[in-house]
Design a binder for this molecule. Structure first.
Ligand code: TYM
Length: 328
């Protein structure tokens, strides 16, 4: 059976972009593959986190993973810091990397910009840790949104470089990006990625936003002066983004939606889009609220960490042995 690995940072409340670009796709995969889904708290701390908030966000993310429909009997769900092999192989991957290639990562450049002398070292070490996450599990492919492509390419390079130096230890993983929805854009700027760290709250819909907030955010979403509802990423990025969201939440194709709204204005389109988003998130939110405080959640994470560690330790040992580090 082929293996899937993916991770999400507990660095805020997940957005509709995280859901449509990544999480939603995790669910059908659980029936066909051996899936490892990780709460990557060690990636989150590459920028300062408030301890109580981080703790809460880890739990929230665990509950959300389950609320979207992942079955702990089928998948391994765990917290990265509870499996020390990640940090250990992360160090090895950092030692396999070149500063130049790490400085070229666009996410590093974005996050480092404006920090002057105070760029956290963890930001530079972020992609090698991500490579370790993936390589520890003999992963065949990694489902992610488009923004992670460059990190995945680096992961492949690091695995190949390591294998070249020390012998065939790692499987070279493939990336799997969704055809539609791999890059959901901000509601306030159709040329910018929807992000949970956007200081403009109107730019994103959180997976836990209540119906009134969702309606307000959709109503205020950027449009254009043309007035027609058609998909044209170049000239109509904001409307194209809303059509993508509508399509993914309703199951209707973009063409069907264009036909449905032919000759209609943005007002009616937005009202119905908001309804579709609310209907998509409502059942997830209901399940989330039941799971969040439940002791069952801790049992699932404890069992997940144990299962993950068994697999990860074996790979870590192989890598250390190949490098001359495992004494026995
Ligand atoms: P993170 O936490 O930023 O995002 C989690 C997942 O959501 C996707 N995503 C989006 N997809 C579509 N449109 C958007 N606007 C959008 N925003 C986010 C991301 O592509 C991702 O799939 N570095 C990773 C976490 C990570 C990881 C890993 C992923 C750590 N180790 C190993 C895969 C494998 C990250 O920051 O994701």
């Amino acid at each position: 059976m082929k293996t899937i690995f993916s991770g999400i940072q507990p660095s805020g409340i997940l957005t509709l972009g995280n859901y449509l670009g990544a999480m939603k796709h995790f669910v059908p995969l659980q029936d066909e593959f051996n899936c490892f889904y990780c709460i990557v708290d060690q990636h989150a701390i590459t920028v300062p986190q408030e301890p109580a908030v981080l703790k809460d966000n880890v739990r929230r993310l665990a509950a959300l993973y389950l609320a979207v429909g992942l079955d702990p009997e089928k998948v391994t769900l765990f917290v990265q810091s509870e499996v020390p092999a990640h940090a250990k192989l992360g160090w090895i991957m950092l030692c396999t990397s070149y500063v130049g290639e790490l400085e070229r990562m666009t996410q590093f450049k974005d996050k480092a910009s404006g920090r002057g002398e105070s760029i956290p070292g963890g930001l530079l070490a972020y992609p090698p840790l991500m490579a370790a996450d993936i390589l520890l599990y003999n992963t065949d492919f990694v489902p992610v949104g488009e923004d992670q492509k460059q990190h995945l390419e680096l992961t492949r390079d690091l695995a190949a470089r390591f294998n070249n130096r020390y012998g065939e230890v790692f499987k070279i993983p493939d990336i799997r990006v969704a055809e539609v929805g791999a890059r959901i854009m901000s509601l306030q700027d159709g040329t910018k990625k929807m992000s949970k760290s956007d200081p403009n709250q109107g730019g994103f819909i959180s997976m836990l936003d209540d119906p009134d907030t969702i309606v307000k955010k959709v109503k205020r979403a950027q449009t254009d002066s043309e007035g027609s509802i058609r998909f044209d990423k170049e000239n109509k990025p904001a409307i194209s983004n809303l059509l993508t969201i509508y399509s993914l939440c309703s199951g209707k194709s973009i063409q069907e939606l264009e036909a449905m709204y032919d000759g209609k204005g943005y007002g009616a389109f937005k009202t119905e889009l908001a309804e579709v988003v609310v209907e998509t998130l409502k059942p997830i939110q209901d399940r989330f609220h039941k799971l969040f405080g439940s002791p069952e959640l801790d049992d699932i994470l404890t069992a997940g960490a144990k299962k993950a560690a068994d697999v990860a330790n074996e790979m870590l040992y192989k890598a250390e042995k190949a490098m001359g580090m495992a004494r026995l």
